[in-house]
Write a protein that binds this ligand. Structure first.
Ligand SMILES: Cc1cc2nc3c(=O)[nH]c(=O)nc-3n(C[C@H](O)[C@H](O)[C@H](O)COP(=O)(O)OP(=O)(O)OC[C@H]3O[C@@H](n4cnc5c(N)ncnc54)[C@H](O)[C@@H]3O)c2cc1C
Length: 613
């Protein structure tokens, strides 16, 4: 029988309650010589339980304790079955545990974990301890109360003052004028209040911020472009290390290599590289961060020709959890480099990237043809053949969108759904004209925007429509094809779009250069899919949140039956070990756990699709 090792964290508010909880509730024996440890047997397994007394820790640290007694406990529980874990958790809840949280079950040996003593609450502010995506209604229901609400870090004033002395960048605290601007992230759904936002100006500041955060036991959110859809780059009560003051790109046109500072945006890289007729394949909205996009994947209009963004990554400089600056590439720390390409936010703060560039443009051919939704079946049938036969230079997409009255759509489709095909051709303009011709000639499109334009223009075209502050939800998967049943499912979901927002389905062609890279080369999981498929909704009125999120969830039910293994981590909003396993698959997940134990055993970088050490 496989031994399952599970860590459960239980928060208890005060000493008197703690004793009652441990003794009467869980039946623990407290060892008089080592009062911080207790042991007990339950659920057919054995455990050791470690208690951490806040008052003692506070006195050591010279911080006022406010008499809060015990603040947290964790225990390692070795049990033979899942049922036994459930039994322990149920007992703990019944005994009055405030938080029961299950960490990764693991097939091997002793699994070390402890929750360190926490500072007492500051104004009752919540601190989310793990990337729980509270704002995503799909987060698995937690047992007992959520971890948030239990603990908050009070920042020690003298430590803050010392930190400021050695920090060159901006520091924003809740009482500062710039705080609301500093805490904002792209998705208007996410409204969190960090205890402190810092903007390093370079590696020295990143090191200082990390050291300060660890000393103060602040939950750390790392931010570059701030586009994380579930809001991983911010937090309540912790620290945001925001690299947006660390933008900058240096292109070496001879070597066709770009060195990109950690806080740069896609537009920075495109702009600098295009000055030399070069480009790195990146995403389709220029204000997205290079860091988050690359470390999870990086899909975009050049992907069939040149692969994902992470396929063009040559090296990274990373500040690791233990406060070192480490270089990782195929030759140096290759294991870390492997994990960085697909699960990167788990392993450190990237301060610099080195990318391979390719000749692109400056003029390319790009655009979309639109048809009435009634013709969706024929358009899809045509598109299936078209995309199969198109060269690597031609990236294309198919989808169903809403022709909103306020936008410039032809009257035939305005006010309802329409179907579209489109793409970008990065080959010669003559070749592009030939390759686009069948798409443009098919049927009688109600609109055709295909034209030659600068690559940079295409790359900036979505910036305004996808500007900061809108409310946004999406779900995605990879599919092996675009069968009629899938298209029909999407169409029937379009009949149910809620009013007041914009809802769509998109299918981006994948394969080719992506598929030519062996799947084991990087942590990125899915290379052989024909399409990346998404259901997306954007709206502005918070009163419409539920309707739109429900639409996205039900939209995804049209896609799910056709998905293949693996998910695009940058789109995933739900949390939990099962979710992360579903992203990477079991084998890669286990390898990532080993890597996490080597590089971040304390799970300092946990606001991401978290690989629990
Ligand atoms: C409008 C929009 C358009 C998008 N278009 C595309 C697209 O075309 N193609 C595509 O593949 N994806 C796309 N995405 C998804 C995008 O790749 C992810 O949202 C990505 O995480 C954004 O990166 P960021 O740096 O802007 O985000 P952030 O919110 O700053 O960070 C995202 C994650 O990365 C971590 N992180 C950030 N900086 C660092 C760093 N320097 N070191 C280590 N970890 C770090 C954060 O902690 C967080 O977990 C889009 C998203 C949006 C909102």
């Amino acid at each position: 029988m496989a031994v399952q090792v599970t860590t459960i964290m239980i928060g208890v508010e005060d000493l008197a309650r703690s004793k009652k909880f441990y003794g009467e509730g869980l039946g623990c024996t407290i060892d008089q010589d080592y009062p911080q440890f207790v042991s007990f047997n339950m659920g057919g397994g054995s455990s050791s339980l470690a208690l951490y007394e806040w008052e003692a820790a506070a006195q050591d640290a010279g911080v006022p304790s406010e008499g809060s007694g015990f603040r947290g406990v964790s225990f390692h529980y070795i049990v033979p079955s899942r049922e036994a874990v459930d039994e322990v958790m149920a007992t703990a809840v019944a005994a009055g545990g405030d938080v029961v949280r299950e960490a990764a079950a693991s097939p091997y040996g002793y699994f070390g974990y402890f929750q360190r003593p926490r500072r007492p609450p500051l104004e009752g502010r919540d601190q989310r301890v793990v990337g729980e995506c509270e704002d995503d209604a799909d987060s698995p229901a937690r047992k007992g109360k959520p971890v948030s609400g239990q603990v908050t870090a009070a920042i020690d004033a003298s430590a803050l003052s010392r930190f400021r002395d050695g920090f060159a960048g901006l520091v924003a605290l809740p009482e500062d004028d710039g705080y609301d601007a500093a805490r904002a992230v792209w998705n208007g759904m996410i409204d969190r209040r960090p205890a402190i936002v810092v903007r390093p100006t370079g590696v020295a500041d990143v090191l200082a911020a990390l050291r300060f955060a660890r000393e103060q036991e602040l939950v750390i959110a790392v931010r570059s472009g701030g586009h994380s859809i579930p809001g991983f780059s911010t937090c309540d009560g912790g620290i945001v290390i925001d690299l947006s003051s660390m933008r900058g790109v240096r292109v070496d046109p001879e070597r066709r290599v770009a060195r990109v500072n950690g806080g740069s945006l896609l537009g920075d890289l495109d702009h600098e590289a295009q000055a030399f007729g070069l480009a790195c394949p990146v995403g389709v909205v220029a204000h997205t961060g290079v860091a988050g996009l690359t470390l999870g994947g990086g899909m975009g209009r050049l992907q069939r020709k040149y692969g994902l963004t992470l396929d063009n990554l040559l090296s990274v400089d990373v500040v690791t959890a233990d406060g070192r600056l480490v270089h990782a590439s195929e030759d140096e720390n290759p294991d870390l480099f492997w994990g960085m390409r697909g699960a990167g936010p788990n392993f450190g703060i990237v301060t610099s990237f080195e990318f391979r560039l390719h000749p692109v443009g400056p003029m390319i051919t790009h655009g979309t043809v639109m048809h009435p939704v009634e013709r969706a079946g024929e358009v899809a049938e045509f598109y299936r053949d078209f995309f199969e036969g198109a060269p690597d230079e031609m990236w294309s997409a198919f989808g169903v969108g809403l022709a909103l009255p306020e936008e410039d759509f032809p009257p035939e489709v305005t006010g309802g759904p329409f179907v579209f095909m489109g793409g970008l051709h990065c080959g010669s303009l003559e070749q592009a004209e030939r390759d686009f011709a069948p798409m443009r000639a098919f049927g009688s499109p109600v609109k055709d925007t295909v034209e030659q334009k600068p690559y940079l223009t295409a790359q900036r075209m979505n910036d305004e429509a996808q500007a900061w502050g809108h409310r946004f939800s999406m779900k995605s998967g990879f599919t092996a094809g675009l069968p009629d049943e899938l298209v029909d499912g999407c169409l029937s979901q379009m009949d149910r779009v809620p009013k007041g927002g914009d809802c769509s389905f998109s299918f981006w062609s994948c394969g080719r250069a992506i598929a030519r890279v062996d799947v084991d080369t990087t942590a990125f999981p899915t290379r052989d899919a024909a399409f990346w498929a998404s259901a997306e909704a954007m709206w502005d009125d918070s009163g419409l949140d539920q309707d739109h999120r429900e639409w996205v969830r039900s939209g995804m039910t049209a896609i799910t039956p056709f998905t293949v293994a693996g998910r695009y981590v940058n789109d995933v909003a739900e949390s939990g070990e099962d979710v992360v396993r579903s992203v990477y698959g079991d084998a890669k997940y286990e390898r990532l756990v080993q890597l996490k134990r080597a590089w971040d055993p304390d799970n300092v970088f946990r606001l991401n699709q978290n690989i629990r050490p």
